[in-house]
Design a protein around this ligand. Structure first.
Ligand code: COA
Length: 537
């Protein structure tokens, strides 16, 4: 393979200014992640520990193999939503290693409003399940939850992608042969009772764990019966009488010990067959990415500079280098895993879309996972390109991205706008994972363009009605409002808060995170290729 030669001037003033700006963004990211991890009220902490329960992060520490990575998913979900303290949407979730095996963990944080489930918590649970199903990962649920966050019950309960879907997915995972282990470490109330009930294995902690369809307050209200949580759904009831639980644990640590034993005896599944090579670091320091990334999205840069800082040995075998130059395609290895990379070097033209379609088909046929580095304003527009069929060329690329059977991973390294988001494997195109960089922005179009469109529409409308068009002060007001809105809603934090992505990454850690994502993705063997997409010619 060719070694990419960097043209980045690491001594230049621009590099230093960019690096400083990125360091500031990363300091903010670290601060927000720390708050998500640690910001709990003293009252909640005291209540949790007086019951003899371990904090959720301590539970995870005991569960995971020592010194192994934990690929946390959406740690900033629900950021700044609700009362601004429902960190991680009340759930810690991600892929960890237990007894040498990759597993999906979904753990309630009972120090956030009693571990109750907010709408974004449902969305996060569904996302964790989707990752588990797509990547055939056994699931471990650490349950400690007061059930639905009642003031928002209408947003959690009845719809297709609301709470009921979690249990529906559990039934399907069981059928798919994906083992599910639930540890009852606190309350599993109402709908929450179905999480252990629908699991293959249930470990129940004495005294603190309880499972019931209606908790003591509801039972009293409905029947007048006075009963404690332990009498209603404690470990003895469910391990000795009802048969809802399979193992009784003395405490949290004991439950985790049992869960580890269960994972140890799970059968191994066949993995996807890819040819791995020895891993080697890139020739260029990944931290140089900080100085590469311009402070404004409108300033272009060569995506090969990113590729040179994430691939093994900075090697890259570029495909059709001279053709469709606004999209760079080629093969590389990341931590020894083969990948086909597509990275934007400008807007998509007909030739770049055709090149992408061919490249995706090659990778798909040869069983090579795809990595999309998104920095895209969209497809070229205008009379000439419409006449030449840009939409039909875009269709080919979108169809190839949609139907590729190999794992797809996406990192938004800059802008993610318009149909470019679709063609470059945005969230709706089922990448196994999608991450944002702190500088990334997402939206139907940039704020300036959206403002121009709206001003033109309003102007034409007023003229049509016999007026003189929009006065200057209204133009400015419309422009400002639309730009402000686009900036707020296009921000990486807005995206990650709403689970449009799996988290915001430090660019320098991207290589490691991609490798973890690839390792997880290869747990699912490649499907047989069946049928063929009809491409509009
Ligand atoms: N909806 C909204 N808020 C809830 C809630 C629910 N279902 N359950 C608990 N909370 C809130 C409490 O109001 C409290 O809020 P605060 O910190 O702002 O005061 C916080 O969660 C912690 O609750 P608290 O009762 O003080 O803590 P605890 O550790 O003693 O008990 C629970 C936690 C979850 C066991 C207990 O609150 C409980 O039984 N909740 C009701 C469970 C239920 O019946 N849910 C049915 C939903 S389908």
């Amino acid at each position: 393979m060719e070694i990419l030669e960097s043209r980045l001037n690491v001594q230049s003033a621009t590099f230093k200014e960019n690096a400083k700006a990125m360091e500031e963004k990363l300091a903010l990211l670290r601060e927000r992640l720390k708050a998500a991890r640690d910001d709990r009220s003293e009252k909640a902490y005291a209540r949790h520990t007086e019951q003899g329960k371990l904090p959720v992060r301590k539970r995870l520490e005991l569960l995971l193999d020592p010194n192994t990575p934990f690929l946390e998913i959406a740690p900033l979900a629900a950021w700044e939503m609700y009362d601004k303290r429902v960190h991680g949407a009340g759930i810690v979730g991600g892929i960890g290693i237990v007894e040498g095996r990759e597993v999906m963990i979904n753990a309630n944080d009972a120090m956030i409003k009693g571990g109750t489930i907010y709408p974004m918590g449902v969305k996060k649970s569904l996302r964790l399940q989707q990752i588990a199903m797509e990547n055939r990962l056994p699931c471990i649920n650490l349950i400690d939850s007061g059930g639905a966050f009642l003031p928002l019950q209408s947003e959690i309960f009845p719809d297709v992608d609301n709470g009921g879907r979690v249990f529906y997915n559990q039934a399907w995972m069981s059928k798919m042969g994906i083992p599910q282990i639930s540890l009852v470490m606190g309350l599993c109330t109402a709908g929450g009772a179905y999480i252990p009930a629908m699991s293959d294995y249930v470990v129940h902690v004495k005294k603190t764990g309880a499972v019931f369809l209606g908790g003591p307050p509801l039972v009293k209200a409905a029947t007048g019966e006075e009963v404690t949580a332990e009498e209603l759904g404690g470990a003895q009831v469910h391990c000795q009488q009802s048969g809802v639980s399979d193992f009784m644990a003395e405490d949290d640590a004991d439950a985790i010990r049992i869960a580890r034993q269960l994972v140890k005896r799970l059968p191994k599944f066949p993995k996807a067959d890819v040819t791995r090579v020895d891993s080697q670091p890139p020739l260029y320091d990944p931290k140089e990415l900080y100085g590469l990334l311009p402070q404004r999205l409108s300033v272009p840069f060569d995506v090969r500079e990113i590729i040179a800082r994430i691939t093994d040995g900075s090697e890259f075998l570029e495909f059709k280098e001279q053709y469709g130059p606004t999209l760079v395609c080629g093969w590389a290895y990341i931590h020894g895993y083969p990948v086909g990379i597509l990275g934007n070097n400008g807007i998509l033209f007909p030739d770049s879309a055709r090149k992408a379609t061919q490249f995706i088909q090659l990778c798909d046929r040869d069983g090579i996972p795809l990595l999309f580095l998104q920095n895209i304003n969209g497809f070229i527009i205008g009379k000439e390109y419409e006449a030449s069929g840009i939409t039909k060329e875009g269709h080919k690329m979108v169809a190839a991205v949609s139907t590729a059977r190999v794992p797809k991973l996406t990192v938004v390294v800059g802008g993610s706008f318009g149909a470019g988001n679709y063609a470059m494997c945005g969230r709706a195109y089922s990448p196994r994972f999608l991450w944002m960089w702190p500088n990334a922005q997402i939206g139907v179009m940039g704020g300036e363009q959206a403002a121009d469109v709206m001003i033109t529409v309003k102007n034409d409308q007023m003229k049509r009605m016999g007026g003189e068009g929009l006065p200057e002060d209204q133009i400015d007001a419309i422009r400002q409002a639309i730009i402000e809105n686009a900036e707020e809603e296009g921000h990486a934090y807005y995206s990650t808060s709403r689970l449009w992505d799996d988290g915001i990454l430090d660019p320098a850690q991207t290589r490691e995170v991609i490798a973890l994502g690839l390792a997880a993705a290869l747990n699912t063997p490649f499907e047989e290729r069946t049928g063929s997409t009809v491409y509009r010619m």
